[in-house]
Design a protein around this ligand. Sequence first.
Ligand code: GLC
Length: 753
Amino acid sequence: MKIFFTNLAGRQLVLLLLATVLLYTISARSAEPETAGARADALLARMTVAEKIGQLTLFTGYSGITGPVKEQSQRSLLEQVRKGDCGNVFNLISVAEIKKFQKVAVEETRLHIPLLFGYDVIHGYKTIFPICLGAAASWNPALIESSDRVAATEAAAAGLDWTFAPMVDIARDPRWGRICEGAGEDPFLGSAVAAARVRGFQGTNLAAPDTLLACVKHFAAYGAVQAGRDYNTVDLSERTLREIYLPPYRAAIDAGALSVMASFNELNGTPATVNRFLLQQVLRDEWGFQGFAVTDYTAINELVMHGTAADEGDAARQALAAGVDMDMQSAAYLNHLPERLAAGQITEAQINTAVKRILEIKFKLGLFDNPFRHLNEQREQQAFYAKENLATAYRLACESFVLLKNTNQTLPLKAGKKIAVIGPLADSRRDLLGSWIAKGKANSCKTVFEGIQRNNPGAKVTFTAGCDLDSTNRAGFAKAVAAAKRADLAVLVLGESCEMSGEAKCRTSLGLPGVQTELLLEIKQTGKPVVVVLMNGRPLALEEESQLADALLEIWFPGTEGGAAAADVLFGRHNPSGKLPATFPRTVGQVPIFYAAKNTGRPLDPANPKEKYKSSYLDCPNDPLYPFGFGLSYTTFTYSEVRLDRATLNPGEKIQATVTVTNTGNYAGAEVVQLYLRDLVGSVTRPVRELKGFQKIELRAGESREISFTIGENELKFLRADMTVGTEPGEFQVFIGPNSRDTHAAKFDLLEP
Ligand code: GLC
């Protein structure tokens, strides 16, 4: 629209109008709250170098030391905060403690910069949920998100701002103790869980009183340590790194995670703590990560042990240059950055970049607006163990259980039977919680034995341990055998102690420790039905046990409500629906073993296992004991053939794959319908199957439902030979079923562009 004023008055009116609009815009703009970035810049400009370096420093308190620590008293930590040498603290718990430190930071330091308080809230804070590997077995990202929402609410009520979670490391070697902390072997399931956990912790408003800053760890590929030994070397092709190990970290970043923890391990010769490919090229240049990166515990100093730094000063220089912003517990930045700056080996600009990232997050968390926002003693007490929190823990425990075997309908148990409960874990409270239990308390748990007693009132339920968890002492066998003989059936609760998985807890054997298997054999020889309940933090090699047990139920370390939940599932109050997030091998000799393997040039034909010159073993089949995605139910489900709505696909189009699933048993139950694809011919070799979708459905007895998956570019693209991501024309196979092995198949062609 053009308005032309020929007279002077008109032109003055237009100018007046424009000036008014301009003034309004400026005033409106100035009324907008300053962005966190702008506020960080303004503060940074006022800071001394020493104050800046203090913000790059993270020291541990003393409520639960999580790594090697030089003797450190509370007073010296408080002094370091007072001096401005420590801007962030972890492992300091309770509102009262945190308030004491925060007061010093905001009232006694020159610029009143609030502290950031972190803690390992991995699978719950006070209410403890199943270990993460167990939670992943629920294949229920929404429920996992709810569990971390609860964890964040409880931890924030205790004054915390930041959790060192989610741990999203893909793991395909059960010897590695930290497989318990993640979501298993698969990048698709792992990515869904990673994003759900970030949403759970961070909520929709980081400044809210019930949210935590998430910290994606351990970046990257920590689960690929050689020989399954913690902290060991990781050496991967960039292809394997990008296809298998990076996707869950990317999913967490895309879900909004604003801190990342670098891992202890080296990657292809360069420790992750100073790995510019990871910390700069992938994390910031490719993924656009906007938060800050923190090291793992004393990892900067460990560069000297790795052998890439001559001394801790050199290590500090390397870490800052590589893009690590915060130094957890090394004190390397505090002790050495000043001299490196003076020597011109680092720049103040590098320090400013790191400090700004941290300050920006503190502004986003609302710490400057209200440093005591999470510090309310009354709220602290009300938040713990709230009924709805325990209900979420119970539900996730039930959904995490995987029924691996159930012959002759041994399960569910019928009330009124005389039951001999046997095993070193049957009446354990502490083991129910697993590792990384934050402020969970074992005395808040009901044991599996107590749960069975409660579900079987009036009937005789006895308990005897039978043996230790990990000794050769067989003295308890006779009493256990006698108990089984007097009962109608035996329930054995066997497995690992909670101390046998987690950080620095690796095993070369995947069998049941001690003489538990011998105990099982003795009980089996009484001729009574035997139910085995497994509590463990990793896939185990249970070929003999799986043959001896009439029923086998995997309950992992199921958390605060896990004992009650296990007993309820045993008695059919809840129908198990869990599916394995990691393959269970027949023997440790098969490791690493995972479903998404390559075909090789000489694949073994399962129908002809003895054929020579094939990729096989002399002493063991190739297939696992229980495959990825496997899990039974008290009911049965049948799947129709796969129906595709087209046989060919042009690039950019989508195809529908549909099956009809029917509950053909007598119980209502949940089923996880899984979609796998195979790209038969590619510019590089492709896995024989890859999980590309799953839907968890509930079906009443007799009910059928059509389940459809949409397959398009997203599902078909991959890292091609030239390392670009995209599709390639050719034949694809579609597999749909209840696990990665027992599927119905169909195929279609993706046409040339
Ligand atoms: C530990 C772990 C890491 C944890 C950190 C702080 O060594 O590797 O997962 O978050 O230290 O406790």
